[in-house]
Write a new protein. Structure first.
Length: 643
């Protein structure tokens, strides 16, 4: 089982399921072997029914699709459609949040409220909306309406792109890739990659960049910023992570998916006195709300509620036999959940009209009846408590500190009155911190669960690179114990450890969910603004990584980081290897175009080396390179350090 996951809780439950003949993501992944090489290399096209076409550019034939499409055209279209799919998912999430903000502004009895007025004023100002002497509801309504316009507009620009450094904005204008409207760019990407439209891989990827920017600086940023207004801007708080957070004597409700608009209501419902009384009447000691995936990150960041696991642990949470209800909304929800729920007492509940699952119970969640729906769901979970049979909750759980929004980092670094990124830039310039890496993204059963995240992050912090995390990657490293301040002394290089100890932060900062990668874009822009590290994001000693990615959302994120000037490296593999020309374009030519480029490297040690090399190169260009010997720790060296 060790090749399946490095997490003992996962190993235990995967083994148990295997013994009982129950499928998990791992057994189904094994049953897909050997995988289709055409698909893995991006060389399979299904865009029209003259196909599907699978081509083999390195072999004799066929080297072209039926329509004549070359390898680079097929690979580019597939890759660009992944960007469009990812951007659509993040952005549709952002749209829902904007609608809720409008509701909160216009219907105070809706259950939603404007929690963070400072953030509201900040966001309004960024959108050019007058704030002086206006009621918060009026400002919020205008912010929401303006955000919604950003989705549907046909011309102009997605407004948050103006938060990028001026040099970056100028480059986007020069390349003609400033996103005009979020929906427009996604639609145009789908059109241009349809059969017989855009047939130049470079031109396809320019629109790929514009679509990704519409996500990172548009849909995702709208989701993050407006969620902060509604539910509060995260600040550091303690929490716990892994399946051991499930309670043996409380009603366990697990929320899973991405949009916090429902889970925020479930937080309220799970604290309702009547419902707590009802739980006791059913023999439970209380109600335990925990999360999986990014909804977990959202409720952790704002309420300190526990995380049961990352994406590959969703089935396992149910197979503890201790989950009364799993409530899902959208994205990353495995269609296998009804099957595994059937073997236990867990009620699987869908809540979005966009995402129903056959054999799951649907509670149509509308903004207008949100709290009542949440209470009904909690009631259903409570009534299910007595149906528990054999409970098998693994003991593993770990403490963590999360909530490092861009605003919280500023506060931690300088306090309420003189908070800024100056201390961060200073420490990068003086070499205590070598650079900053965003390590994000999913887990993938094609590689050992959590291992690449943990190994990569371990190497990076040992080499004085501050790591910022989101998504399932953050959950993996939290389980490994990196997300507590004490880990600085244990795992970080001397310079980084000194800074972390002085400020009281972990060397690995949890910044939130997948849409919260937009926080990293703002943080990078702030580092440029503060000065001393060049005039553009592409000059900063920073990098991005998604070591165990699987979702097309990760490709959209990768592309918006690259188009924002960041060297971005993915593990597992990338479905582009079928075209050398396309690889040359995104791995090499992109650097001249965007200042940032893609890389692919499945080995976490080599991935760390490439990130460190890149950061060293940037430091040298900035003239802040110090000739310190680089240390790449192997296991034996790390063990020595630990003693
Ligand atoms: Fe084949 Fe071309 Fe149709 Fe794709 S678009 S399936 S390559 S004929
Ligand atoms: S949940 S997109 S598996 S990070 Fe955002 Fe995790 Fe990837 Fe889903």
């Amino acid at each position: 089982m060790k090749e399946k996951s490095i997490d003992p809780a996962v190993q235990h439950l995967v083994e148990k399921n295997a013994q009982q003949g129950l499928d998990t993501v791992w057994s189904r992944s094994d049953s897909q072997k050997p995988r289709c090489g055409y698909g893995e290399q991006g060389l399979c096209c299904q865009l029209c029914y003259m196909g599907p076409c699978r081509i083999n550019p390195r072999g004799k034939s066929p080297q072209k699709g039926v329509c004549g499409a070359s390898a680079e055209v097929i690979v580019a279209r597939n890759f660009a459609r992944m960007i469009a799919g990812g951007a659509a998912a993040h952005s549709d999430h952002g749209r829902e949040v904007a609608k809720i903000l409008l509701l909160a502004a216009k219907a105070p009895d809706s259950g939603y409220a404007i929690k963070d007025v400072n953030k509201l004023q900040k966001v309004a100002t960024a959108l050019g909306i007058e704030v002086k002497d206006r009621k918060k509801e009026d400002i919020a309504a205008e912010v929401a309406e303006r955000a919604l316009e950003n989705f549907g507009q046909q011309e102009g620009e997605v407004q948050f792109t103006r938060l990028a450094p001026p040099t970056r904005q100028a480059l986007w204008q020069e390349l003609n890739i400033v996103p005009r409207g979020i929906d427009r760019e996604i639609v145009e990407m789908m059109h241009r990659t349809a059969m017989g439209v855009d047939q130049d891989h470079r031109n396809i990827m320019l629109q790929g960049a514009r679509t990704a920017l519409a996500d990172g600086w548009g849909g995702s940023m709208i989701a993050t910023e407006l969620q902060d207004i509604l539910f509060g801007t995260p600040s550091p708080l303690r929490g716990q992570v892994n399946l051991g957070v499930l309670s043996k004597d409380k009603v366990n409700i697990v929320v899973h998916g991405h949009e916090p608009v429902l889970s925020e209501m479930l937080v309220l419902a799970s604290q309702d006195k009547e419902l707590l009384k009802m739980a006791k009447s059913q023999g439970a000691k209380g109600i335990n709300l925990a999360g999986i995936c990014c909804t977990a990150n959202e409720i952790l960041l704002r309420h300190g509620l526990p995380i049961a696991g990352n994406v590959l642990q969703q089935e396992l949470a149910i197979s503890t036999g201790a989950v009364e209800a799993m409530i899902v909304d959208v994205q990353c929800i495995m269609p296998s959940l009804p099957e595994i729920s059937k073997c236990y007492h867990t009620k699987l509940i869908t809540t979005s009209s966009k995402a129903k699952i056959e054999n799951a119970k649907n509670y149509e969640f509308s903004e207008k009846n949100s709290l009542q729906t949440a209470k009904d769901i909690v009631r259903e979970a409570i009534m299910n408590f007595s149906r528990r049979e054999k409970v098998d909750i693994p003991p593993e759980k770990m403490d963590l500190v999360a909530g490092f929004s861009h605003e919280a980092i500023i506060y931690m670094l300088g306090g309420a009155f003189r908070g800024s990124y100056v201390p961060l830039n200073d420490n990068v310039i003086n070499g205590r911190i070598k650079g900053v890496a965003g390590v994000v993204g999913c887990c993938n059963p094609k590689v050992t669960h959590d291992q690449c995240h943990v190994n990569l992050v371990e190497e990076l912090i040992a080499n004085n690179i501050l790591v910022v995390q989101t998504g399932c990657s953050a959950i993996a490293c939290a389980k490994a114990g990196f997300l507590v301040p004490e880990s600085a002394e244990k795992h970080a290089g001397q310079g980084l450890a000194e800074v972390c100890q002085a400020v009281g932060i972990p060397p690995v900062l949890h910044s939130g969910s997948c849409v919260d990668n937009s926080r990293i874009l703002i943080a990078l822009s702030e580092m440029v603004k503060i000065g001393g590290l060049g005039n553009d994001i592409s000059e900063l000693p920073v990098a991005g990584a998604a070591p165990e990615w699987m979702s097309e959302k990760a490709i959209a994120i990768g592309q918006y980081f690259v188009a924002s000037g960041v060297f971005t490296i993915f593990g597992v593999g990338l479905p582009v290897s079928g075209s050398e020309k396309f690889c040359q374009h995104i791995f090499k030519e992109f650097e001249d175009i965007f200042g940032g480029m893609w890389a692919a490297e499945p080995d976490p040690g080599k991935m760390a080396s490439r990130i460190i090399d890149h950061i060293d190169k940037k430091r040298e260009k900035l003239g802040i390179h110090k000739a310190k010997k680089r240390v790449l720790y192997d296991m034996a060296m790390r063990r020595e350090l630990d003693t």
